[in-house]
Design a protein. Sequence first.
Length: 35
Amino acid sequence: MRRKVLNYNVIFQKEVEGGYSVWVPLLPGCASQGE
């Protein structure tokens, strides 16, 4: 099996209410949030 390393920019944003939002601009729909 061949492997390929991919690098993406990931944006971490601290939320006012607490926790973080995270998303990858080059991957639409790839987002998450948590404490």
